[in-house]
Design a protein around this ligand. Structure first.
Ligand code: GDP
Length: 194
């Protein structure tokens, strides 16, 4: 696999520019206000800026992460920028995504319901080998919590998803959220014998 697309895991959705450099499209889905933009900003820039809107229209940010053996994974991170309101556009948005991160706000049960809707939608219309993650954000707001860890975990487990609670505000688990996918990719087809 010196160029072009890799065989094996997510062959449709992970592109290798060469054997050491992979490109992964990652999309975020979830209700408006759950913190998708803040999660991306925290990961890419290491900042929390509640007032900044990074994404306007169909733009994305990218972040390259180095693994051992000088392998790099470039995440192309797509934020819906409010387009989640237009359900008809969604399939265009997550087409070709290797990873879909469905985000809800742990203080907002309605956003958890919406997350469950997105999971179904992705299972129905997403690529069959898409990797799904369920993320309960705003974990710093424990006193306002309305969705229990167990509810999040159970839903993820039932649907074969990764689960993690994050805080874009305090940076808790933000790197871990992205790293978990790196390790998954690594063990799936970046292993030397592959
Ligand atoms: P998006 O519409 O899903 O992209 O949500 P934003 O990233 O624009 O965030 C919506 C609001 O939630 C903003 O006012 C943020 O300051 C706030 N927010 C985002 N993440 C967190 C978090 O982890 N903790 C807290 N307390 N607030 C957050």
């Amino acid at each position: 696999t010196s160029s072009g697309r890799l065989d094996g895991f997510s062959s449709e959705n992970v592109e290798a520019t060469d054997s050491k450099n992979l490109r992964v499209k990652l999309v975020l889905l979830g209700d408006s206000g759950v913190g998708k933009s803040c999660i991306v900003l925290r990961f890419v820039r290491g900042q929390f800026d509640p007032s900044s809107k990074v994404t306007v229209g169909a733009s994305f940010l990218s972040q390259t992460v180095a693994l051992q053996d000088s392998t790099t994974v470039k995440f192309e991170i797509w934020d819906t920028a409010g387009q989640e309101r237009y359900a008809a556009l969604a399939p265009l948005y997550y087409r070709g995504a290797a990873v879909a991160v469905v985000v809800y706000d742990i203080t907002n049960p309605q956003s958890f319901n919406k997350a469950q809707y997105w999971v179904k939608e992705l299972q129905k219309h997403g690529s069959p080998d898409i990797v799904l993650a369920l993320v309960g954000n705003k974990a710093d707001l424990q006193e306002k919590r309305e969705v229990s860890i167990e509810d999040g975990m159970n839903h993820a487990e039932k649907n074969g998803m990764f689960f993690i609670e994050t805080s874009a505000k305090t940076a808790d688990n933000i790197n871990q959220l992205f790293e978990v996918h790196l390790w998954y990719l690594f063990f799936s087809f970046l292993r030397p014998e592959h």
